[in-house]
Design a protein around this ligand. Structure first.
Ligand SMILES: NC(=O)C1=CN([C@@H]2O[C@H](COP(=O)(O)OP(=O)(O)OC[C@H]3O[C@@H](n4cnc5c(N)ncnc54)[C@H](OP(=O)(O)O)[C@@H]3O)[C@@H](O)[C@H]2O)C=CC1
Ligand SMILES: Cc1cn([C@H]2C[C@H](O)[C@@H](COP(=O)(O)OP(=O)(O)O[C@H]3O[C@@H](C)C(=O)[C@@H](O)[C@H]3O)O2)c(=O)[nH]c1=O
Length: 306
């Protein structure tokens, strides 16, 4: 079996390199692409991993004819996307449309990741897969358009909507908090946005498990919510990170982590207040348990700090 992985060096992509390796021949690309292995220098076919090169992307999939395409690449700079909507659209929607059509042509299974930011954040109940969407930001809107392109293409697919991703590799909220805690005595952190921090490691392991199962049974194709168990606010998340980091011996300047409202933290892109994702569909379809979010955060901190 041949697997094409795009975005190999992102938080999730990095963990997918590990988790997908035992499934088959893994061709992992970042935006710089690669020259096909086994060819002499100068003669290799160029593999394109750049999601802004739509023709290159389609030719790469057609040339490789993979059994599975896993797209972990995305435009994830939520505030910056407000100023770069065209680029965010190209990467998060147009390129995904190209991948979905290429997957359909090649009868490949397409695995893709989406976000809690496709929802408007109203209410307090966890969102289900079929709940109405209503993105508040360019990032959320372009990610939703990517999802819709996949569902419209008719390709076999797994779309995992996840939330608040962290990994030992790559930038994320926990790392930002650790950096700020070294520099400042007081942090102010939003306490009225609720969700579940989810480890890239967990996402990759669940993806590998689900790919195996779906290749045996295409009835499992579809959109799933994939988030760690439990819930917290960004403030609760930051407090846990600081407490655990101290326990692991980190020397931090911070003395106070003050809870604030979203309204008191002006940013370019609005974020949903309610980012809770109902994961029942995923757990039942694939027979999985999703551990509490604290477990993954603690593990990441050990990797970073020990
Ligand atoms: N991070 C989060 O909190 C959440 C993420 N998600 C989704 O999960 C998926 C994985 O996210 P995550 O691993 O955290 O993201 P990261 O931001 O860690 O990684 C994104 C990857 O995409 C790559 N990329 C960006 N632009 C291009 C391009 N033009 N061509 C090729 N590659 C490109 C980046 O490459 P480079 O390093 O070279 O820039 C990077 O490797 C995404 O679909 C994201 O939308 C969903 C919910 C939460
Ligand atoms: C740095 C900082 C952020 N915040 C707030 C701002 C924001 O509402 C929240 C998270 O900030 P960030 O900008 O780090 O996170 P953000 O980029 O919004 O994270 C999102 O990324 C995309 C890719 C997703 O798909 C989402 O699931 C989510 O993880 O914390 C504070 O309250 N205080 C602070 O000091």
């Amino acid at each position: 079996m041949r697997i094409l992985l795009l975005g190999k060096n992102g938080q999730v992509g990095w963990e997918l390199q590990r988790a997908l390796a035992p499934l088959g021949e893994l061709i992992a690309l970042d935006r710089r692409g690669a020259v096909e292995e086994g060819m002499r220098p100068g003669e290799g076919a160029r593999l394109c991993g750049d999601l802004t090169d739509l023709d290159g992307l389609a030719a790469t999939v057609d040339g490789l004819a993979p059994d599975v395409i896993v797209n972990a690449a995305a435009y994830t700079a939520v505030d910056k996307a407000e100023a770069e909507p065209a680029l965010a659209y190209t990467i998060n929607a147009a390129a995904v449309d190209v991948l979905a059509r290429a997957a359909a042509r090649n009868d490949a299974l397409l695995v893709h990741y989406s976000t809690d930011y496709v929802f408007d954040g109203s209410g307090e109940r966890p969102w289900q897969e079929e709940s109405p969407t209503g993105p508040l930001s360019v990032y959320g809107r372009t990610k939703l358009e990517g999802e819709e392109a996949i569902r419209a293409s008719g390709c076999r697919h797994l779309i995992f909507r996840t939330s608040w991703v962290h990994g030992a590799r790559g930038g994320n909220f926990a790392r930002t908090m650790l950096r700020l805690a070294v520099e400042r005595e007081r942090l102010t952190v939003i306490a009225d946005q609720i969700g579940a921090p989810t480890g890239a490691e967990l996402i990759a392991d669940v993806s590998a498990h689900a790919i195996r199962a779906t290749l045996r049974n295409s009835a499992l194709c579809g959109t799933y919510h994939l988030a760690a168990g439990g819930e917290t606010s960004w403030h609760g998340y930051a407090s846990f990170v600081i407490e655990q980091a101290r326990r692991l011996g980190a020397v931090l300047k911070v003395e106070e982590i003050a809870p604030i409202a979203s309204a008191d933290y002006p940013v370019a892109a609005a974020r949903p207040l309610n980012s809770r994702l109902d994961t029942r569909h995923l757990r039942e379809a694939f027979g999985l348990h999703l551990p509490d979010w604290r477990q993954g955060v603690e593990r990441m901190l050990r990797e970073i700090l020990e």
